[in-house]
Design a protein around this ligand. Sequence first.
Ligand SMILES: [Ca+2]
Length: 300
Amino acid sequence: MLNRRHVLLLVGLLVLMALMVGCSKDDDDSPTGSNNDTNPTGLVTLTGIISDAVTGNPIQGVTVTLTGPTSQSIERTEMYETALSPGYTWVDITDSAGVYTFANVPSGNYSLAVTGSGFIAATTSVSVDAQTEEVTITDNISISPEMATGQYRFVLSWGETPYDLDAHYWKDTFHVYWPSSSRGDSTAEPFARLDTDDVSGWGPETITVYQLPTTGSCKYAIKNFSQDALPTGAHVDIYSGSSQIASHDVPTSGTGRWWYVCDLTSSGTLSVHNTILDEPPVYYTPPGVSAAVPAKSSLR
Ligand SMILES: [Ca+2]
């Protein structure tokens, strides 16, 4: 039986525990980068979502392998020695929400590989800072379904902002982009379709090319729809058949809201431009008009 003294001791202990919880909550609320914002464990939970580049939907059952680190930003200790050995790997399988998770990851720069049946393997780099973070959430990672030989795919991704970047693809007067009436055709000119239009940050926004142009070339460019500014953080992965053939980051300097990425020629060659422009890289010439004129209103 508890006597009065035991009850008081128990109440006192509960009050003390409540105060300790309150203090730690206050610490958690401290602004990022403050002196209190440190991770005492020196280990991070690394997590993220893998999605299908064509549908934008999460994918269950793909294998995610974390390897590294290729370099580390903390002193090696006996505790971390095994994990920090070059080539040491963690492996996880995505759940029904496409989520993968790695626990107890020390600081360093890692390689993250994603493989799944029917998808083109993808690799990206991840930087972990276990000094100030307890959880590292990776940027959007999407993987592309394999295609037939001679088919191509442009996959645009970016960060949380801007909320809307748009992919554009032109062949002569054919223009593939986001309006429902302009999403292209897989069986007729320009033999390309906008698979998914993202309007809430991150991407993916994807265009699949089912057939090369019979002559000349097609142009691929990105527009910052949200604001008249650089499409900051934009990244384009380009695939052909069952392989990735190119990867480009948006230039960090320049003036304009258009990123002219490349041309795809009738022979399957990628001609890279990688330049920032004020205007789209093509002008539409209406029938019967001899000189090319800008048609900004048709390029929302
Ligand atoms: Ca978009």
